[in-house]
Structures are given as C-alpha cells and as structure tokens.
Design a protein around this ligand. Structure first.
Ligand code: ACM
Length: 683
C-alpha cells in the first residue's frame, strides 16, 4: 500500500474495529436531543453521561428524552439491538446519529465515541460531525490501569477524575493498590488499627524529621485512607462508567503497614514500628498461624462487601522469605504440612486464600510469583516480570494479564530531558508502550485466549503530586487503551500520535491537566560546558532512579538521575580545551531503599577526608583530575555548589567520570549538575 490509511480519520481513540466514512454531516447543536428507550435505566445513564461530557466540553446543554425522538431536529438515539456486551454500532448521518447495542457497556462506549466525534475539532458550541459508520468491539476483555494509592495517597476526588479519564478511553479495570509496606489505605471496621497505625508515615530523611507538627511537636506525618463510605461512592462512580475496581490486598509480603498495626500476624523475630518510609523489597511477612488467616479472611470479607468485582487481587509479589526462615512457628507448620520449602509454603498460603475467595464466588488474581511453589488451580496470573508469567500461565491453562515491566510501568521516565518528573530512571516512551506486543510468542491460538488483556501500572513511590501522576500516566495510558481495544492490525503509530494529541486537548477542554504527547528525547543545554545528571551517562543502571531531593519540605526540589547501587556518572568525550576548573552541584538523599543482600554488594570508594569527596577522573579507572571535598556540602539539606581546579589533562576529549567516596551508604550523595570552567574562580 502506498498511502497508510489512518486507523481513525474521525479521531476516535482507541481506534474502532471498523470505521467507514459516509457523505454529509450530522449537525450537533444545542437543540439536538439524546433519545433513549423508555424505562431503560442503563441507556439513560449513558445518555446523561454523554450530555454531561458535551456540556463540559462544548457548553452545549442537550436534553435527554425517553421514548420517541422529537420531530424538530435530528437526534442522537441510543437503541437496543445487536451487537451485545461491550460492542456497539454507530451511524452518523445528516438525518441522525444512532448508537446500537444490546450491552449496557456497548451503549456506554458508543456514547464515549459520540463525545469524541463531537470534540474532534476544538472549540465550544455546535459541532459538525462528518457522517461515519462504526462497528466496534474490544480486542481484550481486561483493559486495566493500576493506581498505587499506597505509596502516595490520592484523594477520592483524584481517584474519581482518574476513573473518568480511563472511561473516556474505554479502559475498564482499575486495579486499586490499597495496601503496601508504606501505607494501609482502606478502612476495615473490624481492625481499626490498620488505618490508625498504617495510614500515616513520616517521610524519609532529615528534612521531614525536622518538620514538626505544631500540634504534637512530633514530625509531621503524611498519608490518609479511604472510609468505607468513600469507597462505596468511588465504586459506584466507576460502575456508572463501566469501570470495575479490582482491589489489591497484598500478602504474604508488602505487609509492613499491616504488621506494624497488628504485630501478632507477623513472622520472624522483628516487628516494624510503623509503616515504612523506605522503598524496595521489605522483609515483613505475615505468619502462617490460623489466627492470621482468620484476620486476612475478615479483611477480605469486608473487601468483598465493598467491591463487587469478580476478581480480588492478593499481590503475592516480592515476598522475601527471610522472616519465614527465621520463625520457628512458621518452620514447624511447614514441616507439619509436609511442605518442602518456603516457596511451596507461599503456594500453600495463596492456595488457601484462593479457596476462601472461591467459596465466596470470587476469583483470585496475583502477581506472577504465584506461579512459584505450585499455582492455585483457579488463579489468574498478572505477568509483571516481562511476558514469562503470561506464557507459563497460559501453557498451564491459567488466565493471564500482561502488566509487563518495564514497558507497562509508568513510573519510568518518558524521556531523558531534565524536566521529566521523578520516577524510575529507565526511559519508556509513548512509542515503546504503543509498539509493545502483549501476546507472548509461542502460544497457540487456544492458549492466546488465556491472555485476558493488558494493564499499565502507575506505581507511585516517586510520584508525590497529582500533577506529576497525570503526566506519568497520560498519554502512555492511551497506548494501553488502544492496545487493549483496537484490533492488532489497526494500530497505526502516526495516526495514534495525532489522536492522542486530540484526546489531550479534550482533557484540557474539560479543565484537566494533560501531559505532552511529543516529548523531546534528550535536551542538552545551550552552554556546551554544562550537564545535569540526566544529561550525563550513568556508569551502570542496576537500579537507576530519577530521584527528587528530600528537601526542602515545601517548595521546589532538585532531581537527580542516579544508580543507587553505584552513584557514578560519565560525561562522554568532554572537551577539556582551556578548562582549568570544575564546578559541581551535589545533593544528599536519605538511603531509604530496602535491597536485601544487594545492599551488601554496593562498593563505596574509601574517602580521603572524613566527609568524603566527589572525585573526577579521566575514565572511571583513570587518573584523578579533581577532588571536591564534601565537608562544605554536609550542612545543607539542599544542593551545594562546589569548585575545584582541574588537573591539567591531555588536550582533547575525555570521558570524565564522577564518583563519590564515602564510608556509609547514608546519605546517598548525588550529582545535580557539572560545569567546566575555562578560567579558575575561587569562593
Ligand atoms: C511488582 O512490581 N512488584 C508487581
């Protein structure tokens, strides 16, 4: 084919299965009525949703009419008739616009499409919608997003705005990450300490420790939780938009906040004092006493009462087994059950919970670690460590959802430019997400049917503010929406970019923030002699993070790109001609990362002065060109600018290597910015 046909000329996102232009236009005006069958509550709800969107987007106040269409102007009509489920047929012509579906969701998605057609051109007031015939149905049943309310709490209003934006892209599952080591966010009536103890924490680092609450004279705590009334309202709000909320209650690990509240349910010799302000893989695990299963079942009973979802997510990921190994009661139970090792014990643990959920008519879904130690027969596997979990699960006749890191992890940066919000250091562009094929290679057609769908993850360790969450989640979530909905053969990158811009404009017209669709990859400063950490190369990228400074507590903070296991940066082929000194801005961060045994593998260069120094070398193993003592930066919690003369290097270009020497991992020294100086300057 010489010319690519855009997947949706009329601007629909996700691209519909079939879209055929027709001649003429449907004139949408303030006199257009939206007509629904009499007594059809679901059709009425979708019609009102459409009327509300059009009022907010274009300022048009459309009447919703039950029964017969008024005769005075062409109408938008929601009709019953095939297809069913989430599928719908849409026809726009000069004489009227109809949406037809036997499914409630189908009518809703037809309504969303009408809103998109009416907002394909910007502006307020009437819209001329080019005539079109659309036949549409989703590729996958599960089109999800994970929202992490545990690491950083989000208000109920934000959660609802997020759900609404999902619905406007025909996404239908919100996996709500409600509990983790850092916070327990769900009111449980039978166990009030879960939120009394587990919902608030003091952020890591000296700045937060010094930020005293005047009422208590204790460090100010951050967090929050959702009351059951708030949850019921959010669940109903989502249901009205055909979004199912799948609650995630983590076990046996990611349980620090819960065990801090109820230490009797924890394993091993140690107990956390409160929810953690560290990131990473923690050691707190539930024990395997019957009383602990009683607690978990009580919690799940309240969870099932709040969330009608068929699926309940129980986590299962990253359960480091040290505390089980160190706990005599856990070991005794393992032997009594003739279970050979801790992985198999986790299999037994998840299996027991699965039976409980099944007895209550629910299905268990868990991260792909539930495949270890014998997967429970009815479990659905969420594949996060690439596609392997989905591949293995489908081969074993289990359903799977593709939530693959790193490409579907939207806490990764979208570009290398220094203005990107904090997050994980790997760059995952919109195009990376869009291009990713979610079907593991090597599955038969029958096995492929076990892949229920796709999910984008908005983990929030490094996403403190709502504004940043919007830009990390969108537009990449739109690529999930199109991957999940549109037939694989209809995907079209350049058309998608145009339509994602359109969708962002629609979000702005609704008064919501939106992230840029086209982000410059790596922007260098106009001054050739300056680089920020993001504009340098990392020497390694084992755990690369784009971290925000912990200070100041209020106001703008610096951001540093760093491999926390090896704080080392390279300025490749730096031009040292005429350079006689170096200026380096450095910051210090709390080392609040739980890395297990990996922590002991971190090698620090020994310091020369007591507080250590920033060393600049000609190549990482080459001669020392400059040494900048850190003593001058110790007292500051923010960024400090240091200077030092640069030893005469051979002329030409050099790979400048920047490393810190220090005795302890905490604080983590980080480079903010370096400048090569052509003439020496003193303090
Ligand atoms: C995960 O990222 N631990 C599911």
């Amino acid at each position: 084919m010489l010319f690519a046909v855009p997947a949706s000329a009329s601007g629909l996102l996700p691209a519909p299965a079939v879209e055929q232009p027709r001649s003429g236009e449907f004139q949408l005006t303030g006199r257009t009525a939206i007509v629904v069958p009499a007594g059809d509550a679901q059709a009425l709800s979708s019609a009102r949703y459409l009327a509300d969107l059009l009022a907010r987007s274009r300022g048009l106040k459309l009447k919703v009419v039950e029964g017969a269409a008024p005769a005075n102007a062409p109408a938008i009509e929601l009709r019953r008739g095939s297809p069913g489920g989430e599928a719908y047929v849409l026809d726009a012509s000069p004489s009227g616009l109809t949406i037809q579906s036997d499914g409630d969701a189908g009518l809703f998605y037809g309504a969303v499409s009408v809103w998109q057609l009416a907002t394909a051109a910007p502006g307020k007031g009437p819209a001329a919608i080019p005539a079109v015939h659309v036949e549409d149905a989703p590729r996958f049943a599960w089109r999800g997003v994970l929202l992490d309310s545990a690491r950083n709490f989000r208000s109920p209003a934000f959660v609802e705005a997020f759900i609404d934006r999902m619905a406007r892209a025909k996404l239908n599952v919100l996996q709500w990450h409600l509990v983790d080591d850092q916070g327990w966010r769900l009111e449980i009536k039978k166990y009030p300490r879960l939120t009394e103890v587990g919902a608030l924490r003091v952020p890591a680092g000296p700045a937060a420790a010094a930020d005293l609450d005047p009422a208590t004279h204790q460090p100010r705590r951050v967090g929050g939780f959702y009351t059951q009334d708030q949850v019921r309202e959010i669940v109903a709000y989502a249901a009205a938009r055909h979004v199912t909320i799948v609650p995630e209650i983590e076990m046996p690990g990611h349980a620090t906040a819960a065990i801090a509240a109820y230490p009797q349910f924890g394993a091993g010799p140690e107990r956390p004092q409160g929810p953690s302000s560290d990131w990473g893989v923690h050691t707190s695990l539930y024990n395997v006493d019957d009383a602990t299963f009683g607690f978990l079942e009580d919690v799940l009973t309240e969870v099932m009462d709040l969330f009608p979802s068929r699926y309940i997510h129980v986590g299962g990921d990253e359960a480091a087994k040290a505390s089980w190994k160190a706990d005599p009661a856990v070991q005794a139970r393992m032997r009594a059950l003739w279970i050979g090792d801790e992985d198999a014990l986790q299999g037994w643990f998840i299996g027991r919970i699965e039976q409980f959920l099944k007895a209550h008519g629910r299905k268990l879904v868990g991260w792909d670690e539930i495949l270890q130690g014998g997967v429970s027969p009815g479990a659905t596997v969420m594949s996060w460590r690439g596609l392997d979990g989905a591949l293995v699960a489908a081969k074993l006749n289990h359903d799977a959802i593709v939530a693959a890191a790193p490409v579907y992890y939207f806490d990764n940066r979208q570009a290398g430019d220094p203005d990107q919000p904090p997050g994980r250091g790997k760059v995952v562009t919109l195009r990376d997400v869009y291009a990713y094929d979610p079907l593991p290679p090597g599955l038969t057609a029958l096995e492929q049917r076990h892949v229920l769908g796709v999910q984008g993850q908005v983990w929030s360790e490094h996403i403190r503010t709502d504004e940043r969450l919007w830009t990390m989640a969108f537009p990449r979530t739109l690529a999930i929406a199109e991957t999940g909905w549109s037939p694989a053969g209809r995907k079209d990158w350049s058309g998608f970019v145009a339509r994602a811009k359109l969708q962002s404009a629609r979000d702005r017209a609704l008064g919501e923030p939106s992230g840029p669709v086209e982000i410059p990859g790596l922007v260098f400063p106009a001054d050739e002699r300056v680089r920020t950490s993001q504009q340098l190369n990392l020497c390694s990228a084992k755990i690369a993070l784009n971290l925000e400074d912990d200070a100041p507590v209020r106001g703008p903070r610096a951001r540093f790109l760093v491999d926390i296991t090896n704080p080392c940066w390279i300025w490749p082929r730096a031009d040292l001609a005429g350079v006689t000194a170096i200026e380096a801005s450095v910051g210090q961060l709390p080392f609040n990362f739980q890395l297990g045994a990996d922590r002991d593998k971190i090698r620090l260069r020994p310091p020369v002065t007591p507080s250590g120094e920033l060393e600049v070398r000609d190549g990482c193993t080459g001669p020392l060109l400059a040494s900048l003592p850190l003593a001058a930066a110790l007292a500051s919690q923010g960024v400090t600018t240091l200077h030092a003369p640069l030893a005469a290097a051979t002329p030409g270009r050099h790979d400048l290597c920047f490393t810190f020497t220090q005795k302890t991992l905490d604080p983590l020294w980080v480079l903010d910015r370096v400048r090569l100086e052509a003439s020496p300057r003193g303090h």
